[in-house]
Design a protein around this ligand. Structure first.
Ligand code: ACO
Length: 364
């Protein structure tokens, strides 16, 4: 079974609710239908309720099992409500039902605005600005996750990485003991002799442009955790990458990685982590034997930590395009899981990301 199939299986074992702030977007609606059909997660589509329903009907996606949340309070005509109205059977009941639904939605929007104001008032947030922000499906979704009304969030089919990252960083915040949010790419390589049966975790490839030594250590520890949670790697072996192996070159860039190794050892003394080392010393036993003799990681690494975002982002793309690896991105270090898609994503990418988000939520 592939890594992503194992993740889906795990997601099914304890279903979580996943919010989609791009709720009226075609691929997102198709993915929501797929998540329900496969029993992977309970999707919540956020957006204009009428638009979502019209688009779902056009796409032939049934809305059973899919929740719709409309930040504007327009929920009239939801399948659940139509059924309730039919049962009550009178035009008055229809109208009263609509009002009740609207008031439920407005109550939630008010709850989220109040919470947002409380969380951000020290940063200059006003009650009015909070009300305006929660009318935006992205902020509404982030507030749902913060309030515990959704277990996780997936977006990025339309929005940029920064559009989702910024509110997630500002509102969801980092897990206790974790200083920064970063990302891991799970690389499923065709060569099963590499890493853990072909699986490698690369970090950070999305979030932190120029990590300092302490941040690099945090990225390494978070990536090891991701390797355990999502890849089922029981013993992560973390290589801190550089253009130098064990002092073969001297440069301030190398010193930063060496310092990160020391900090990571202090933060997680039981974690198998070593460096600095070159990419080939991390993965090839023969090269490790000559360049990093005695290392518990070199030649057998399954988690690779890149010294900065340029190296990480370029590295994962080389592995994907030339190495023909399947790759899956997740954010790590957040108190509750929120994950980003690429704007060129497919329906399958959205389903996969929702499954990984659900599994991350199981561990929180
Ligand atoms: N972890 C935790 N909190 C953070 C982090 C982090 N890594 N970065 C910023 N924050 C917090 C700040 O402390 C601040 O919080 P506060 O408002 O409560 O004080 C808040 O987030 C905003 O901080 P800014 O520094 O103003 O953040 P900015 O708006 O500049 O951007 C961002 C943050 C979006 C993550 C930025 O670092 C970025 O653009 N990173 C690169 C993203 C990217 O383009 N990736 C590559 C493409 S994606 C791909 O290839 C798949």
């Amino acid at each position: 079974m592939s890594m992503i199939e194992r993740v889906k299986e795990k997601a099914r074992s304890d279903r979580k609710s996943i919010a989609f702030p791009e709720g009226s977007e075609e691929r997102t609606i198709l993915a929501a239908g797929e998540l329900v059909r496969e029993g992977i997660a309970d999707p919540i589509l956020i957006g204009n309720a009428d638009e979502i329903r019209a688009e779902a009907e056009r796409l032939g996606v049934g809305l059973a099992g899919i929740r719709i949340e409309d930040p504007s309070g327009n929920e009239a005509g939801s399948p659940d409500k139509v059924q309730a109205d039919a049962l009550q059977g009178s035009p008055e009941a229809v109208s009263a039902g609509s009002l009740m639904e609207r008031s439920d939605s407005s109550t939630k929007a008010k709850k989220y605005a109040d919470l947002l104001y409380e969380l951000r008032k020290s940063k200059g947030m006003t009650p009015e600005a909070a009300r305006e922000q929660v009318a935006d499906p992205m902020y509404y979704g982030i507030m749902m996750v913060k309030a515990g009304d959704a277990d996780g969030l997936v977006s990025g089919a339309v929005h940029t990485t920064g559009d989702m990252l910024r509110p997630a960083l500002q509102i969801i915040k980092t897990k206790p003991g974790m200083k920064i949010v970063s990302s891991s790419f799970l690389m499923d390589c065709p060569d099963k002799n590499i890493g853990a049966d072909g699986l490698l975790v690369y970090a950070d490839c999305v979030v932190v442009p120029c990590p300092n030594a302490e941040e690099l250590a945090c990225i390494a520890i978070a990536a090891a955790d991701t390797a355990r949670t999502l890849c089922g790697i029981e013993e992560p072996r973390v290589a801190m990458l550089s253009f130098s192996t064990k002092g073969s070159a001297k440069h301030e860039m190398v010193s930063k990685v060496q310092r990160a190794v020391e900090i990571a050892h202090e933060m997680a003394p039981d974690l198998l982590l070593d460096g600095e080392m070159q990419f080939d010393a991390a993965l090839v036993p023969e090269i490790a034997a000559s360049k990093a003799k005695g290392s518990s990681v070199a030649g057998r690494a399954n988690v690779l930590i890149f010294p900065d975002l340029q190296a990480g982002n370029i590295g994962y793309k080389i592995t994907q395009r030339i190495g023909k690896a399947d790759c899956f991105a997740v954010l790590q270090g957040l108190q509750r899981p929120c994950n980003d898609l690429s704007r060129g994503c497919t329906v399958e990418d959205i389903v996969n990301t929702a499954a990984m988000t659900a599994v991350q939520a199981q561990g929180m």
